[in-house]
Design a protein around this ligand. Structure first.
Ligand code: ZN
Length: 131
């Protein structure tokens, strides 16, 4: 694979910054919604109802959504840091260039396709070994 050119890195960086803004805004939205549901649940469902209420379940969903988004934000910030460090687009496993097509498809990619596949098929990591 060819190493990324400065132009390619710049265009991927723009993509990452855009994704970062979107993910950040989504996270804040999710957090706000989670708080709203919390307030509502106190008003609608008094504490002495023993069972887990609909609102509690909704709240759980919102929190896990927010967590998922903050994971995306972290990945993007990681990628932006690697651009600054000059390690962006380089596989963290084998040190080979990941290649522009893959970086375009997945601007936060840390592994080349070969290493990614090796990780996914690592014995015991995903599926138990077949007998
Ligand atoms: Zn690799």
């Amino acid at each position: 694979m060819e190493e990324l050119t400065q132009d390619q890195i710049r265009s991927l960086e723009q993509q990452l910054r855009h994704d970062h803004e979107t993910a950040l805004a989504d996270t804040q939205d999710q957090m706000r919604q989670a708080e709203d549901v919390d307030g509502e649940s106190l008003a609608k469902y008094p504490h002495d109802t023993g069972d887990m209420s609909e609102a509690d379940r909704e709240l759980d969903t919102n929190i896990s959504m927010a967590e998922r988004y903050s994971g995306a934000v972290g990945d993007i910030e990681d990628a932006l840091r690697r651009i600054v460090e000059g390690t962006y687009g380089i596989c963290t496993e084998c040190g080979q260039p990941i290649g522009y097509p893959r970086m375009q498809a997945l601007p936060t990619a840390k592994l080349c396709i070969a290493c990614q596949e090796r990780m996914e098929h690592r014995p015991g990591a995903v599926s138990p070994p077949t007998m």
